[in-house]
Write a protein that binds this ligand. Structure first.
Ligand SMILES: Nc1ncnc2c1ncn2[C@@H]1O[C@H](COP(=O)(O)OP(=O)(O)OP(=O)(O)O)[C@@H](O)[C@H]1O
Length: 312
């Protein structure tokens, strides 16, 4: 498949902070490409750099085999952007907002009405087309944000965390919409810190941390990297440092991390340590609420490579 976004060794600094450090990705035509990483990993910076909204310190970026500089008009006509913050006109109706973006992207006058109707249908906003944006719920505003970004039927679409802070119904509708866009021939670059979403829709995944791509591949290939691992996840009260120290000393335990009341113990696959773990917790007065043994997820990959949880 043809590479249509080629980012090679990009470095981007904000004053002294290096947000991208030799950042390289290759997005192939027709795929949903996931950039998965925690807040602050560099995902938005990467997208803004690719779109030419930020200058870069070094490296190269090509879209459709061309540098953005000198080819902006031709490239931007074929690119759709759905920004992290909803960017619509609050006092315009749904239809007027989408029509404004159709004009901005220079959709031919003869096609405009149809393209606006297609974008409304695509995002399931038919019942709201005459409502002002400010009257919509957060989830519907996000759907409008998407409709505005895809109205010109772009070949390549960048979506920056489009499902943050929305209800499950709108989230599902957005994720299904992204798959439909891919099936109709678009290429999508999708950023998220939700591993479940990225696993569900992305054909190829790059895991980002601290300005680097730390691993990449299909979700199967990424999980194969840690197929000899499992994690015990325990929700409990009264966790403390003495408990963590004792757990770390157990044979076949590889790592112990905790966030508030969630304790994660990384172990080798099939290691028979659960009884020993429970004995230690009980001996220290830890009150256990739930225990789950998880097979590898993208979070396991992240944890193994960085020692941190991907989850917020
Ligand atoms: N305008 C800026 N000035 C200074 N530092 C910045 C600026 N924008 C981002 N950063 C820093 O660059 C790093 C990467 O941020 P970025 O927003 O790209 O991450 P992200 O993965 O998109 O996270 P989020 O989901 O929180 O937006 C962070 O350390 C952030 O604090």
């Amino acid at each position: 498949m043809k590479v249509i976004v080629d980012v090679d060794g990009v470095v981007k600094r904000y004053n002294n902070v290096a947000a991208l450090k030799k950042f390289s990705i290759q997005v192939r035509e027709g795929e949903i490409y996931g950039l998965l990483g925690p807040n602050g990993a560099g995902k938005t910076t990467a997208i803004n750099a690719i779109l030419g909204l930020l200058s870069i310190d070094s490296g190269s970026i090509k879209i459709f085999d061309k540098e953005l500089k000198g080819n902006e008009a031709a490239i931007k006509k074929q690119v759709g952007v759905i920004p992290q913050q909803v960017a619509v006109f609050r006092d315009l109706t749904v239809q007027e907002n989408i029509d404004f973006f159709a004009q901005l992207y220079k959709v031919a006058a003869s096609n405009r009405k149809q393209y606006v109707a297609d974008a409304i249908a695509f995002t399931g906003l038919e019942a709201y087309s005459k409502k002002r944006a400010k009257e919509l719920s957060g989830g519907l505003q996000r759907r409008l944000n998407i409709a505005c970004g895809i109205v010109h039927k772009p070949r390549l679409i960048f979506m920056d965390e489009p499902t943050v802070a929305i209800d499950p119904q709108s989230r599902n509708s957005i994720l299904e919409g992204i798959i439909r866009l891919r099936d109709e021939g678009a290429t999508i670059v999708y950023t998220s810190h939700y591993m479940e979403e990225v696993e569900a829709i992305c054909d190829y995944i790059a895991i980002v941390d601290n300005g680097y791509i730390i691993a990449q591949g299909s979700k199967e290939a990424l999980k194969d990297m840690v197929s000899d691992k499992e994690a015990i996840r325990i929700i409990a009260d009264n966790l403390n440092e003495t408990v963590f120290k004792e757990l770390r000393l157990l044979a076949l335990v590889e790592d112990v991390t905790h966030e508030a009341e969630v304790l994660t113990i990384s172990i080798q696959k099939n290691a028979d340590v659960l009884n020993k773990v429970i004995t230690i917790l009980q001996a220290h007065g830890v009150e256990i609420h739930s225990i789950n043994v998880e097979t590898p997820t993208l979070n396991t990959v992240f944890l193994t490579l960085t020692g941190k949880q991907l989850r917020d």
